[in-house]
Structures are given as C-alpha cells and as structure tokens.
Design a protein around this ligand. Sequence first.
Ligand code: 0K2
Ligand code: SF4
Length: 314
Amino acid sequence: MRVILAQPRGFCAGVVRAIEIVDRALQQHGAPVYVRHEIVHNRHVVDNLRQKGARFVEELDEVPQGAVAIFSAHGVAQTVERDAEARGLDVLDATCPLVTKVHVQGRQYVAAGRTLILIGHAGHPEVEGTIGQIPGTVLLVQSEAEVAKLELPVDTPLAYVTQTTLSVDDTRGIIDALLRRFTDIVGPDTRDICYATQNRQAAVRELSKQVDVLLVVGATNSSNSNRLREIGSESGVASYLVADGSEVKTEWFANVRTVGITAGASAPEEMVENVIDALRALGPVDVTTMAGREEKVEFKLPSKLMQPLAAREV
Ligand code: 0K2
Ligand code: SF4
C-alpha cells in the first residue's frame, strides 16, 4: 500500500501556542492549573496535559478563587472574562491571535454603525466567544438558505465576519448570497478563515486527486478536521475521520492501493504515526509526503509567561 501524507497537516501556530501556554503555566505555577474547555479539540492533547496536572472545566464556577485559569484557543465571551476577574482568577488567555483579530474586526464594524453577521456554526465555542465579544446583536448565518431568511431591509448597513475554521468553498457561497441580497455590506471576504485552515484544505483537495481513500486524523468535535473530511468526500474519495490508529477499520482498504493521510490543526503528529502503524499491521506500506506549502507562522506567548521565574517570585 502507498501512503501519501498531506503537506501541510496537523498543528497550526495557534494550537502550538495554546499547548505551550498550559505547559509553561504548569512549570511556573505548579499543578493544578485550570483550563476552561478543551485547550484544543483533541483528547490526546487534553489527556497529556491532564497527566501533567492541568484540570479541564467547562465553566469558571468549577475553578477555586485565585487559581490560574486558562482560556482555550477558541476564545471566550466578554462575560467569561468579567466572571474570571470577579472571581479573582489569574487568567492566561490562549485564544488564538487570529480569533482575537476577528473579535476586534467585529467590534470595529459595530462601532461604525453596521449590523454584524457572523458566518459560522451554532454552538461551536469559537462562535459563542465571538458573539459574546461584540456588543449588541450578532446575527448568526450558517448556510446560503439562512441568508434568504434574514429579516432585514436590503439597504441595511451590514458587515460580516466568519469563524476561522470553515470550509472556504461553503463560506464563499454564503458571502456571495449576502452580496447578492444586500446593497450596503462589507467584510473580509474569506480572509477570516485562517491561513492554517486554508492551507490544509488546499492540500487535501490536491491529495484527493491522488488517493483511493483519505484518512483525516482529528476529533469528531474539531470543526477544521471535519471540514477536511468533507473535502475528501466531495472530491469523490472515501474519507474517514479517525482519532488514532485504533479507529482504522480493515474493510476500508479492500482493493485500495493508495491512502492519503492528513491531520486537523489540533491533531498531534504522533497520532498520524499511530495511524500509519495501524496500516502497517495490514501489510507493507511505502510512505511519502506530497509537495506542499511550508508554514513558518509563529505567535508570541502572553508576556506574563515570558518573565523569568525569579522575577515573578520577588
Ligand atoms: O476546528 P475547531 O475550531 O473545532 O478547533 P480545534 O480542533 O481545537 O483546532 C484548533 C483551532 C482553534 C481555533 O481556531
Ligand atoms: Fe488559530 Fe487558525 Fe489554528 Fe484556529 S486553526 S488556532 S485560528 S491558526
């Protein structure tokens, strides 16, 4: 069996930063530190940090007063920030800077007097965070069909922003529908979909031309990982989302010669290796990596974590 690995795949700069924040917080403060929501949507990442002393909670009322509380990469609403302050928590914000950028952009549009539309998926923590970062009403639009249902005069001053991990193609369709329907609407086009999401989608589209089966390493609650699997399916390739090698099923590979593997932005490379090992158990495999874009994006850590330990102890 031939295995072709997508390039790029796996961890993005926002995920690397978020995990580093939890690691450094544990080093500086000692266990436990509290993390609101999964730091990124991956059980292996979460279990690993839990073993080092991180405690994962869904709400801040589970965090003792004065403890270290870390916000996940997906961002939080302003009510959560205020609640943390009221509880006297020592907050470290692991919200990806590209998510924060969307919050800032949304607030600017509202300050300029526009009604804001957020293109995204209901119930996703990033969407809840973005809605809660913007004063006033934010209208959530999830599909082209929902554009038709917006009860607004066609000349309403509008702006839109998007979730960072959407399908570029689906978002393009929604934006086009908004532009067709409304006469005074501005927005970033698809540029709020982050570099990592865009690059992984472009790579998997290319990879799908070369393979019989596509495996996407990632979690079922990971938006960006689900979008990668959808692109494989839409390209006519049998595509499966797997957390690790234990979820790989023998029957997927009858008469299959070439398997493509990619990984969501929150999926560790060890799990890609683990999936390759599961394929090796079925027979010999020859692994190559497709030609693709090299990413060099890095984000700075919060300044609190950059201080040498001695300076904090004074
Ligand atoms: O893709 P999702 O937004 O569900 O999130 P993860 O799978 O945790 O990936 C990291 C992205 C976090 C924010 O954009
Ligand atoms: Fe940031 Fe994009 Fe990674 Fe989300 S997927 S954490 S927006 S770089």
